[in-house]
Design a protein around this ligand. Structure first.
Ligand SMILES: [Zn+2]
Length: 193
């Protein structure tokens, strides 16, 4: 209990009302109970902070799970493509960054990517599966492909149609169908993060 309360004199603003004649030094300084209270408050805030962190982490996992379900039709196509890659001396790696993805590499992927109809490629994303060359996969390329994974999470089954529509729109305006595709522009921006 503080000196102010013990003396039984307290104004509405919490200031002590010192009776006349009482030595001034008895009512000066912070109340004795303030130190344990503030450390209690600190512990309470720490608990709240860890709860928020747990909540944020849980929401992030729920978001990832929803994205995986939403993009599942595209991921199935990716997994079907991954099968021959894995069967022919290939290997898979789980990646968890802003989103989750399965990185698949092998000689079969090298052969297909170098003969891609849109020109030789280092990697491509099909839903949550990233098919990549064994050599030359930089972190920049990986960030680019993970951006396409997030786009697939957002658009779901409509993603390939939206992608082609964006290429067509660029072509109609006399621009490069790949370079000026809005999904490619967004993925190139993501490379820098
Ligand atoms: Zn791209």
């Amino acid at each position: 209990m503080s000196d102010n309360l013990r003396n039984g004199f307290r104004s509405d603003r919490g200031e002590s009302l010192r009776p006349s004649g009482m030595p001034r030094h008895e009512n000066q300084g912070p109340p004795r109970g303030s130190q344990p209270l503030s450390s209690q408050r600190m512990r309470f805030r720490l608990r709240q902070f860890s709860r928020h962190r747990l909540l944020r982490r849980s929401l992030s996992w729920i978001g990832t799970l929803l994205g995986i379900v939403w993009a599942l039709p595209l991921t199935i196509v990716g997994l079907l493509f991954a099968l021959p890659v894995l069967a022919w001396r290939g290997h898979a790696q789980f990646i968890r960054g802003h989103t989750a993805a399965l990185l698949v590499r092998g000689p079969f992927a090298d052969a297909v990517l170098s003969r891609h109809p849109f020109g030789a490629m280092t990697a491509m994303a099909l839903g949550h599966v990233i098919i990549a060359e064994q050599q030359g996969l930089s972190s920049r390329v990986l960030m680019h492909e993970l951006a396409h994974v997030r786009q697939a999470e957002r658009w779901g089954i409509a993603f390939p149609f939206a992608y082609l529509a964006s290429s067509a729109w660029a072509g109609i305006r006399g621009r490069d169908a790949y370079w000026h595709n809005r999904f490619e522009i967004a993925a190139r921006k993501a490379e820098k993060h």
